[in-house]
Design a protein. Sequence first.
Length: 159
Amino acid sequence: MNRERRVTATPSPGRLALAVVMLCAVSGPVAAQAIEYRSAGSALIVRDAPSSEGRQLFRLLPGTPVEIVVSQDGWVRVRDPEGALNWVERQALSTRRTVLVTAERAVIRREPRETAAPAFEATRRVVLELAEPPTLGWARVRHAQGLEGYVRASEVWGL
């Protein structure tokens, strides 16, 4: 007697829950948002409110990178390298991209690898122009004196 036997697979509750979570993660409405950076122009006044009536707090040095957090009617809330959140006029920001050295001493190399020959060194708080976006943990940068090379992304702020 040859009987056909049917096997029905039912997912365990744990696997079903995992599948639902993964499906929601893939198709959820929350999209990743890129961080946007700009650089301080020559007359960047930092204020406590988004208005020319806001109290002037300080000026950022030209070229200092800032992270754009939110925009509102010609004003931008920015995070500076120290982490402070304040307001600046959008027109006072430059589209030129810069980074700020955060390491005590960053060795900028001729090629994007640890064993490459040094091109120059930069100390903490030196502003470097971003020549190319970071790739594999290295960013191509240019010093104001024209020197170029690659810095480890972990040694700068503004990427």
